[in-house]
Design a protein around this ligand. Structure first.
Ligand code: FES
Length: 291
């Protein structure tokens, strides 16, 4: 069995599902403004992959410098930098983890345990170095690097194979035709709430969410960027001073003006279509940057 197959098997193990729930509930009880900061909703991009660059980069660089005895003081500084930077990276990862599907949460728990082990090894390395036990410090640091590398592979699998953090709306948009789509008469759309319309492309139907406010219509890909929730079954609400389309699954709110997330857990924007009217009918098309 290859590494990917092993990780997929791991994501099927339900033995620890109950044990994970208290941790999940604890993270979910954090105020939403703090969680949105950690998700990256304010940035319009998940912030966890940005933050992890610092500990990973610091520890890899320390591993290189540790190979040269004269450079070990600099390696120690980098290890300390990585230890400090791992804390905000872990907090953002925990916020994302708490709002993912069960398969991602299972692998995420393994990822968190491995990262905690790596952190412990690096703290041990710093302690050994401070006490003048340089060889032990080296051994612990290289062990930490090995564990952190394995954990990074799990994190990569969560992102690339399980689509954790990816925009599910962008994936749906890719299947949509680049032609203008006839969404029917304006008068058939309900006022102030989303309605399901369907676009076509690549032989598959792509659900769209159309919101009418008077003569204005905003049209989005119907699958929420967070985890593909049905936005056309959501609601229109004022969120933090913006009129938003709110997902019925986890309450993410997308600005009707531009699709930017105004409340998480979504960190990616929602794909919005161009709209024009033609003889009282609503026509929509995917913008060229999505094609
Ligand atoms: S699917 Fe999670 S907020 Fe929409």
């Amino acid at each position: 069995m290859g590494l990917m197959g092993f990780l997929d098997r791991l994501a099927d193990v339900d033995t620890f599902d109950k044990a994970m729930e208290p941790a999940r509930r604890a993270v979910q009880s954090v105020p939403s403004a703090v969680k949105d900061l950690l998700h990256g909703t304010w940035l319009g991009h998940p912030v966890h992959p940005v933050l992890v660059q610092v500990p990973v980069g610091s520890w890899v660089s320390a591993g290189i410098l540790d190979a040269f005895p004269a450079m070990r003081p600099a390696a120690t500084v980098l290890i300390g930098t990585g230890v400090a930077a791992s804390l905000p990276a872990a907090a953002s990862g925990a916020a994302d983890w708490s709002e993912q599907g069960i398969g991602v949460r299972r692998l995420g728990a393994v990822h968190a345990v491995a990262n905690t082990l790596a952190l412990g090894l690096y703290v041990g390395s710093l302690t050994a170095r401070a006490k003048g036990r340089g060889t032990l410090g080296l051994v612990l640091a290289y062990a930490g690097l090995g564990v952190a590398g394995g954990s990074a592979a799990i994190g990569g699998h969560m992102s690339y194979a399980q689509s954790s953090g990816a925009s599910h709306a962008a994936t749906a948009a890719r299947a949509l035709s680049s032609d203008w789509i006839d969404l029917g008469p304006l008068d058939d759309l309900p006022e102030g709430r989303p309605a399901l319309r369907t676009g076509t492309g690549s032989g598959v139907a792509v659900p769209l969410a159309a919101v009418r406010r008077g003569a204005r219509v905003d049209v989005f890909i119907g699958a929420c960027s967070h985890l593909s929730g049905p936005l056309y079954e959501g609601s229109v609400e004022e969120v933090r001073g913006h009129t938003c389309l709110v997902c019925p699954w986890h309450d993410s709110a997308f600005d009707l003006e531009n699709g930017e997330p105004r409340r998480g857990p979504a960190a990616n924007p929602q794909e919005k279509l161009e709209v024009r009217m033609e003889a009282g009918r609503v026509m929509a098309r995917l913008p060229s940057h999505n094609r």
